[in-house]
Ligand binder design. Structure first.
Ligand SMILES: Cc1ncc(C[n+]2csc(CCOP(=O)(O)OP(=O)(O)O)c2C)c(N)n1
Ligand SMILES: [Mg+2]
Length: 281
């Protein structure tokens, strides 16, 4: 058994979020590749999950059967996951700088065969929620009280498989499953609404029978409150539409670069220095 869940204060979580943002910039600039802006939008959610007492995991026993599960379906944003895992003690923070290097366990997309603590190999968008449905069903069959959290991108919501999983989760009344949609407004080639508009998410998810909350996802207090509500509901699956900004934390730099999406591009060393200065303190 792991120790009692530790709950951090909002201020402590905000400080941790800043640490994660710094890791994300440092590791993607060092790798000279990766997805910093996709990672930055999801920092509050991932921080609250790992350090706010929601994700009951034990870095010393990553395969502990009663652990909660986190699946980053938008796997390209793995720098946020790796940063949280390192801070939580799954591996030394020094390993973060090996991101995407040949032989590193920190691959460009999460690989469950390489890194204990990763619950699903993702990167091919659209699959994470289906995996989460399977895990949630299996956990319930095994009479375990673990919860499954799946983080999905707003562009990723255009994948048909997501909607099959939404329907299936409702059919089986998976109260141990929470989907978090990181609505950062962009996907790879432009604004998510221009590529394939899947909004309004809240109405559609509610029509699929899910309990839905819409929140400001780059503010820690609403994120924590929403996770509290979501995990208290046990009779049906829950969704959090997390309205965020891609690249949150370094927006002035993206504005200067005239690219508020900045998809799949690391910051140059010079821009990274500016970003780290912004994220100081
Ligand atoms: C099945 C599949 N199609 C295309 C891609 C290429 N791709 C990588 S990231 C991305 C955009 C994802 O946008 P979104 O889900 O909104 O995530 P964000 O980066 O905005 O957080 C795409 C199309 C992929 N990884 N998988
Ligand atoms: Mg997006």
């Amino acid at each position: 058994m792991v120790a009692e869940r530790k709950k951090a204060s909002i201020a402590e979580l905000e400080a941790k979020a800043k640490v994660l943002r710094r890791h994300i910039i440092e590791m993607t600039t060092e790798a000279a590749s990766g997805h910093p802006t996709s990672s930055l939008s999801a920092v509050e959610v991932v921080t609250a999950l790992y350090f706010g007492g929601f994700l009951n995991v034990d870095p010393k026993q990553p395969h502990w059967p009663d652990r909660d599960r986190i699946i980053l379906s938008k796997g390209h944003a793995c720098p946020v996951l790796y940063s949280a895992m390192a801070e939580a003690g799954f591996f030394p923070t020094s390993l973060l700088l090996t991101l995407r290097k040949l032989g590193s366990v920190l691959e460009g997309h999460p690989n469950l065969k390489r890194l204990p603590g990763i619950e699903a190999s993702t990167g091919s968008l659209g699959q994470g929620l289906s995996i989460g449905v399977g895990q949630a069903l299996g956990l319930r069959m095994d009479k375990r009280s673990s919860h499954v959290f799946v983080i999905i991108g707003d562009g990723e919501m255009g994948e048909g498989q997501v909607w099959e999983a939404l329907a299936t989760a409702h059919k089986y009344k998976l109260g141990n499953l929470t989907a978090i949609i990181d609505q950062n407004g962009y996907q790879q080639t432009g604004a998510a609404k221009d590529v394939l508009d899947q909004t309004p998410f809240a109405d559609k998810l509610a029509a699929f029978g899910w309990h839905v909350q819409t929140i400001e996802g780059n503010k820690m207090a609403p994120v924590v409150e929403a996770l509290e509500k979501a995990t208290a509901i046990t009779d049906r699956p829950t969704a959090i539409v997390s309205q965020t900004q891609k690249g949150f934390g370094i927006l002035p730099i993206l504005e200067e670069e005239h690219d508020l999406n900045y998809h799949g591009k690391p910051l140059s060393k010079k821009l990274a220095e500016k970003a780290l200065a912004l994220l100081k303190g």
